[in-house]
Design a protein around this ligand. Structure first.
Ligand code: NAD
Ligand code: GLY
Length: 371
């Protein structure tokens, strides 16, 4: 018999028919992972996929909770960071699952940030043609974005996230207390995705962020809880309407056209993802303004919020050819046309094709103003 959950927690449902699942936002909830799995009716072996950093911080809590609930668990550690998001480490995890005789009834738990979530989901999608998995997300990026929505996968040497599958988790458990141990840079970078949700879908939430950004930066508990929940609600609603990104889901890529270009021009060393998205949003809004899509006020409000969050906002020195070339390399480019998410107002965006001439003219103006 499972015990009743003792702590205050809230649920957001991701409505995808038979593949629906809950996102549980539960400060301190890591200790109750075992109960959550019992509630889902799982009885098999549990494979915890994590890295050594997260394992040393939270591995014991998770394993103890699972053991208390009667689960046999096996921890599989991969190296920290993006460099482990490869087929080689997929293969390593699969080897371990085979050796430990994981079965169809077994479950995987992704314990970590977006890297761990993406690779675990992908392994879960291919092992025995698919076994269930649970996201236990421990970074802000993972809690507000990557753990929800079923995009899973790994990188190819020629491109990021090029190998993967849409494969939904059975549960997403978000223990906001785990965010307190994040390195400051990772924490701040995640705030870019938070600002993104206000810009793409909810002007009231954006105004809330403007009024409480200082408390959020300090990780004030009630603000943090509200923010994680609201971001998950927005993501869940977008994914429910367009799981496989045939239309609406593209709005989640706001800030990413320029953001991805900056990441790749910096060889993924200059910026971490959220930082590049922050700069990307600031400049995509500026571009939208130059195209007559939004007012200058939109550009200013967003730039101020990005800066107050502690994120970088300035474009590094680069030339137009390199920027445009890198923008064209995005996975989302079709027939050489870049579809970019551009703001019309705070809380409303449009997805428009960009032509080289207008981006070049915007870039020229920007260069002049920087000179
Ligand atoms: P990450 O997974 O590399 O985690 C960042 C760092 O924080 C790592 O060093 C990690 O070990 C450490 N860490 C994790 N939790 C911690 C904690 N609680 N305390 C201390 N340290 C902790 O990076 P990320 O920003 O979480 O995720 C980025 C990845 O997510 C990228 O690979 C990106 O492609 C992917 N992503 C996927 C989606 C999606 O929809 N699937 C969306 C956005 C990003
Ligand atoms: N992170 C973008 C998406 O989930 O679609």
């Amino acid at each position: 018999m499972s015990q009743p959950h003792t702590h205050n927690h809230e649920r957001v449902r991701v409505r995808l028919g038979k593949r629906s699942y809950d996102i549980v936002i539960h400060p301190g909830g890591l200790k109750q992972l075992g109960q959550y799995l019992q509630d889902l009716g799982y009885a098999g072996k549990v494979g915890i996929i994590t890295n050594s950093i997260v394992q040393s911080l939270y591995g014991r809590t998770v394993s103890q909770s699972l053991k208390r609930a009667g689960y046999q668990c096996h921890v599989i550690c991969i190296p920290d960071g993006e460099r482990a998001k490869t087929l080689r480490w997929v293969s390593h995890i699969l080897d371990q699952l085979m050796a430990q005789r994981f079965e169809r009834q077994s479950i995987l738990v992704a314990l970590g940030g977006g890297v761990i979530g993406d690779i675990t989901g992908f392994v879960a999608s291919v092992y025995l043609r698919g076994i269930p998995f649970v996201q236990v997300a421990t970074t802000l990026v993972a809690q507000v974005d990557s753990s929800v929505g079923g995009k899973t996968g790994v990188n190819h040497p020629l491109g990021k996230n090029m190998i993967g599958a849409f494969y939904q988790p059975s549960l997403v458990l978000l223990d906001t207390q785990t965010l307190h141990t994040l390195p400051k840079r990772e924490w701040i970078a995640g705030l870019a995705e938070v600002v993104k949700y206000g810009m793409i879908a909810d002007r009231k939430f954006f105004a809330f962020l403007e009024s409480r950004i200082d408390d959020l930066v300090k990780m004030e508990d009630t603000v943090l809880h509200h923010v994680v929940k609201r971001c998950c609600e927005i993501k869940a609603s977008v994914v429910a309407k367009d799981e496989r990104e045939s239309g609406l889901r593209r709005i989640l890529n706001y800030g990413h056209t320029i953001g991805h270009a900056l990441e790749s021009l910096g060889k993924y060393k200059t910026y971490i993802h959220g930082e590049a998205v922050g700069i990307g949003m600031v400049h995509e809004a500026d571009l939208a303004h130059s195209l007559g899509l939004c007012s200058e006020q939109v550009v200013i409000r967003q730039r101020d919020l990005v800066r107050r969050a502690g994120l970088p906002s300035g474009l590094p020195k680069l030339n137009f050819r390199d920027l445009w070339g890198a923008m064209l390399h995005d996975k989302k480019v079709a027939h050489g046309r870049i579809h970019c998410v551009l703001p019309k107002a705070v809380g409303t965006v449009t997805v428009d094709p960009l032509d080289q001439k207008s981006v070049k003219s915007w870039f020229g103006q920007l260069e002049k103003s920087r000179a």
